[in-house]
Design a protein around this ligand. Structure first.
Ligand code: NAP
Length: 252
């Protein structure tokens, strides 16, 4: 896709699921990829897959809720590849499932820290690096839980609604300076995260699948493709937007 070849992209949560497929898609299009994750074994596997396919990748041990780690992640991209063009801020956790009146306070803090503060911190350090590179594009991973509620998942739902707000704000602040900022809201995608949810609450997962008009779960590469497209020049007039990719779930 236009503009991706020879660029440098960070993918957080790149060691698994959606992030891994996105890293592979960016690399296929010719990008150098920084695969950032707390799961460094998973990130190293992704980097190996990229190299086996003829691409270029570097791994960083990054907890997106830690400003020092995030700053180091961006520094690694700039020092290794000479600048930063794109970022897919995708790392996230589902957390525990409890109603609001009984919700564990530490779970609230952890989910907000990773899913919401994590996206803010990534943009906080990526934006100056992109301006330094003459512009760029950021895609943040929200969720259909950023559009509608899901019982028992207060911090997850609040964090994903927040990601859409952060995305709009950064788009207003930086689109005039050559950095477009968008979000993707996936529906239920077959990844290790969803496999865990299926084990925890098989009934709810079956209900979600049955309520998906397309009649199946999504595949991680269907999200990866959209992340690459939103970053590419093919999406040059798209900013502040949330692309819902959910088999029709929230259209109902
Ligand atoms: P996944 O398979 O669990 O992959 C997420 C990756 O992020 C894992 O490698 C995980 O490491 C890592 N991670 C967790 N906390 C991190 C942190 N603090 N810093 C850096 N990396 C961290 O999940 P996925 O399904 O691909 O989800 C990716 C994103 O899509 C998430 O933001 C999720 O909320 C969102 N999403 C997913 C779905 C879906 O149906 N799968 C739907 C809507 C939105 P560990 O495994 O060690 O925790």
């Amino acid at each position: 896709m236009n503009g991706i070849s020879g660029s440098t992209t960070i993918v957080t949560g790149g060691g698994s699921g959606i992030g891994r497929e996105a890293a592979l898609r960016f690399a296929e299009e010719g990008a150098n990829v920084v695969v950032a994750d707390v799961d460094t074994d998973g990130a190293a596997e992704t980097a190996d897959l990229v190299r086996e396919a003829g691409g270029e990748a570097t791994v960083t041990d990054t907890d997106v809720s830690d400003p020092n780690d995030v700053e180091a992640m961006v520094d690694t991209a700039v020092e290794t590849y000479g600048g930063l063009d794109y970022a897919f801020n995708n790392a996230g956790i589902e957390g525990e499932s409890e109603p609001a009146g009984e919700h564990p306070l530490d779970n609230w803090e952890r989910v907000i820290d990773v899913n919401l503060k994590g996206v803010f911190l990534c943009m906080r350090y990526e934006l100056p690096a992109m301006l330094e590179s003459g512009g760029g594009s950021i895609v943040n991973t929200s969720s259909i839980a950023g559009i509608v509620g899901f019982p028992n998942l207060s911090p997850y739902v609040a964090s994903k609604h927040g990601v859409i707000g952060l995305t709009k704000n950064a788009a207003l602040e930086y689109s005039g300076e050559g950095v477009r900022v968008n979000a993707i809201s996936p529906g239920v995608i077959e990844t290790p995260m969803v496999q865990r949810s299926q084990e925890d609450d098989p009934e709810q997962m079956e209900q979600v699948k049955a309520a998906t008009p397309i009649g199946r779960l999504g595949a991680p590469d269907e999200i990866g493709d959209a992340a690459v497209w939103l970053c590419s020049e093919d999406a040059s007039f798209v900013t502040g937007e949330t692309l819902v990719i959910d088999g029709g779930y929230v259209a109902q």
